[in-house]
Design a protein around this ligand. Structure first.
Ligand code: PHE
Length: 337
């Protein structure tokens, strides 16, 4: 019996030294307790008079070992903490990880710049729906069915009278129906046309402007455009109006800006003309005002519409519109802001 205890004591003490974790220590304790139980179960085989002495020995042994387990609990805890600290050690001299920050897409950039420029002139933003009725996109804009001008834009129809808007001009009607003059709104948004080549995309962005009040003239339009050209491009950018046709404006104009590349001398970008066409505009057609319940004998107005991609291409010298939609990071990175 005594020998068994001594052997167990030696074994446990040896193992205690090599315990690394609380779990290992716990398992050893379980082992110790069951071994002790077995030793104690031998008590019944002893002579009655020997039992008290043996009981005392076992008890002392048990208490002694328990104290040892407690002492090692602290030792193992320290070992574990040290390991944890070593594993979590931070090398403060290590260089940091580089991370790539996102940036605004050039279309968003230009759109925001345009809104800034016009907001500075007192325009308020109105956003119309992308799915429009035939009425708002065409009919109310003085382009009834069978009007040849409908062929100017290849339209995606969703149903007989429902379409993807081909122009933000549809917003003009929505605003004038709800609001009475004075009106000064800017309407940015996506538009859709069945058109696809180096300078056209089936989805692109437009920025529409509408000003309606008493006494608005073509001179106001020209003055505002001159200011816009200076603020959006350079202070020496000039504006030229050429007669054109849109069903919803009369007279209508095509607006050119002096070429930012050559300053008007003529180069590849402006195809030798010194001018670059950037937007369509005109005085709001009387019929359109009437369609919206605005009295054309009291009020006049002008409207303009430009392609955001076109402005972005001119501003950044991009020659294929597809670059704006491919999301090639090498291209987009250049606009890091
Ligand atoms: N909506 C015309 C277009 O998409 C542009 C425009 C807007 C012309 C407003 C005149 C007035 O081509």
């Amino acid at each position: 019996m005594q020998a068994k205890i001594a052997k167990l004591k030696a074994e446990i003490e040896e193992k205690l030294k090599t315990r690394e974790t609380g779990r290992e220590l716990y398992e050893l304790k379980m082992y110790f307790q069951s071994a002790l139980k077995e030793i104690m179960s031998g008590m019944k085989d002893l002579a009655k008079e020997d039992r008290p002495a043996f009981g005392k020995i076992v008890n002392e042994f048990k208490q002694g070992m328990e104290a040892e387990f407690e002492r090692y609990a602290e030792i193992v805890r320290k070992k574990e903490m040290e390991k944890k600290y070593a594993a979590e050690q931070v090398d403060v001299t290590m260089p940091g990880r580089k991370y790539k920050a996102g940036a605004l897409h050039p279309i968003t950039l230009v759109k925001n710049q345009l809104i800034d420029v016009f907001a500075g002139m007192g325009f308020k933003v109105f956003e119309g729906p992308e799915i429009e009725t035939d009425y708002y996109n065409f009919t109310a804009l003085n382009t009834p069915e069978d009007h040849p001008a409908r062929d100017m834009q290849d339209t995606f129809y969703l149903a007989e009278k429902l379409l993807l808007r081909t122009q933000t001009s549809a917003g003009q009607i929505r605003v004038m129906e709800k609001q009475s003059p004075p009106i000064k709104i800017l309407s940015p948004g996506r538009v859709f046309r069945s058109d696809d080549d180096a300078t056209h995309s089936p989805m692109f962005h437009q920025m529409e402007g509408l000003v309606v009040d008493k006494g608005i003239t073509l001179c106001d339009l020209q003055g505002m455009l001159a200011e816009f050209a200076k603020r959006m491009f350079t202070s020496s950018t000039k504006v030229r109006l050429r007669p054109s046709y849109f069903p919803f404006t009369e007279p209508s104009v095509e607006v050119d800006l002096s070429c930012s590349e050559c300053g008007g001398k003529g180069c590849r970008l402006c195809k030798g003309t010194g001018w670059i066409e950037v937007l369509g505009a005109g005085m709001v057609n009387r019929r359109v005002l009437e369609n919206c319940g605005v009295d054309p004998d009291v009020y006049t107005g002008f409207a303009f519409g430009m392609g955001v991609e076109r402005i972005a291409m001119l501003k950044y010298g991009i020659n294929n519109i597809k670059a704006l939609f491919e999301n090639d990071v090498r291209f987009l990175e250049q606009f890091g802001n």
